[in-house]
Design a binder for this molecule. Structure first.
Ligand SMILES: Cc1ncc(C[n+]2csc(CCOP(=O)(O)OP(=O)(O)O)c2C)c(N)n1
Ligand SMILES: [Mg+2]
Length: 388
């Protein structure tokens, strides 16, 4: 089954309809005219209905999603700045993908398990992984920085697509245990071309594994556009494997939350995997080592800026009277505090022990690793001797 319908999109009557201001226009978004895109919040911040994926959230919950996105964006900007200042070796920014990550991340239950790529800083935030822990690997002082089982959030995975197989295997284990938790694997449009992803789709389908495949189609795989990855919209790939695929507006935090919740519930009920394609955009460079001006035009980015995930929720909050100036000011202050904490934590990270690289290679040790350790120790000691 492929979810084909965006039918009956219409402006939604909200309790605060009377308070609607000019910020909430009825104009349809350009994306809304595309078929198969689930949307609950237009780029102008207007709530619209969807027949299959509607969601009711309190003003407090909406403010919470907004806060998550603002703090995540601020943390991400700070990490980019730290790389520019030489404090990090590399950073992979999530700029523009906040709604996809916070919406899906907030759909999860504590006992669900997440298999991320290297860009899921917003999901990490939702799982309660301290943002400073994300930076150690990018500073080169550790190999990960957190215990996956503390927050059910695996370590970042650089090998493109491989985590979809890990997630599938884990989900098959969850099903064998008889648990009703679910697993979610994040990956990108580029990763969708990897054999690992096709294998994960096959295994999860035939074993009915409780896993959600959350593909952030941010339109680019470094310098390769999505049309180099596929001849059909990515969400339709699922059909050939025998499970549902849904394309959601990845810049609409409410739609991402609603669709991910639905997919997780399917998994819990034993109905197997779902592919969600969050249609979004990588606003920044692939990483701090990349220069997107070499391969894409500025007007593309500008068009997506008009669909900014944070601005649209802010427009909705203001139009519906769900947040006042004091809320936005307090959040700005909270962002500053977070940024300062992140800066200080990174600069205070101790360098690792030189010999630590030889640890945890084999559980019971290995002759070759022992030999290399001894060689390296002798090499290091030679500097001390020279100094004497
Ligand atoms: C197996 C493998 N092949 C190639 C790479 C190099 N590489 C790193 S990121 C990337 C592009 C990934 O694009 P996408 O899946 O769309 O994710 P995004 O970076 O856009 O979030 C590639 C090819 C890698 N890390 N692993
Ligand atoms: Mg991509």
């Amino acid at each position: 089954m492929t979810v084909e319908s965006t039918a009956a999109r219409k402006p939604r009557r909200s309790g605060a309809a009377g308070k609607r201001t000019g910020a909430a226009k009825k104009q349809q978004s350009p994306q809304a005219s595309e078929p198969q895109l689930v949307q609950l919040l237009t780029p102008e911040g207007e709530r619209v209905e969807h027949p299959e994926y509607d969601i009711e959230l309190s003003a407090q919950e909406l403010r919470g999603l907004y806060r998550d996105m603002v703090l995540t964006r601020r943390f991400d900007a700070e990490a980019t700045a730290l790389q520019r200042q030489g404090e990090l070796g590399l950073w992979a920014s999530l700029l523009g993908q906040e709604a996809a990550q916070i919406g899906s991340g907030r759909a999860l239950r504590d006992d669900d398990y997440v298999f991320p790529t290297y860009r899921e800083h917003g999901v990490a935030w939702c799982r309660g992984v301290d943002p400073t822990n994300l930076l150690g690997m990018f500073r080169g002082v550790n190999h990960g920085g957190w215990d996956p089982n503390t927050n059910n959030f695996q370590l970042y995975t650089i090998v493109i697509g491989s985590q979809t197989l890990h997630a599938t295997g884990y989900a098959m284990g969850v099903a064998k245990d008889g648990a009703d938790s679910a697993v979610i694997a994040y990956f990108g449009d580029g990763a969708s071309s990897q054999g690992d992803v096709a294998e994960a789709f096959t295994f999860s389908a035939v074993y009915n594994a409780p896993v959600v495949f959350f593909c952030q189609n941010n339109q680019w795989a470094i310098s390769e556009p999505t049309e180099k990855q596929t001849r059909v919209p990515l969400y339709r790939r699922a059909e050939g494997f025998g499970f549902p695929g849904v394309r959601v507006d990845g810049n609409d935090v409410l739609a991402c939350l609603a669709v991910t919740r639905w997919a997780l519930e399917r998994a819990r009920r034993g109905e197997g995997p779902t592919l969600i394609e969050a249609f979004t955009y990588r606003m920044g460079a692939h990483t701090t080592s990349d220069d997107p001006s070499r391969y894409r035009h500025d007007d593309e980015r500008l068009a997506w800026e008009a669909k900014d995930p944070i601005q649209r929720l802010r427009a909705h909050l203001e139009a519906a009277g769900h947040a006042d100036e004091a809320f936005f000011t307090a959040l700005e202050e909270e962002s500053d505090t977070l940024a300062k904490r992140v800066r200080e934590a990174v600069r205070a990270m101790p360098d690792p022990d030189d010999m630590a690289i030889f640890e945890n290679v084999y559980a019971d040790g290995h002759a070759l690793v022992d030999e290399e350790r001894a060689q390296f120790a002798a090499y290091q000691a030679s500097f001390a001797e020279e100094g004497n």
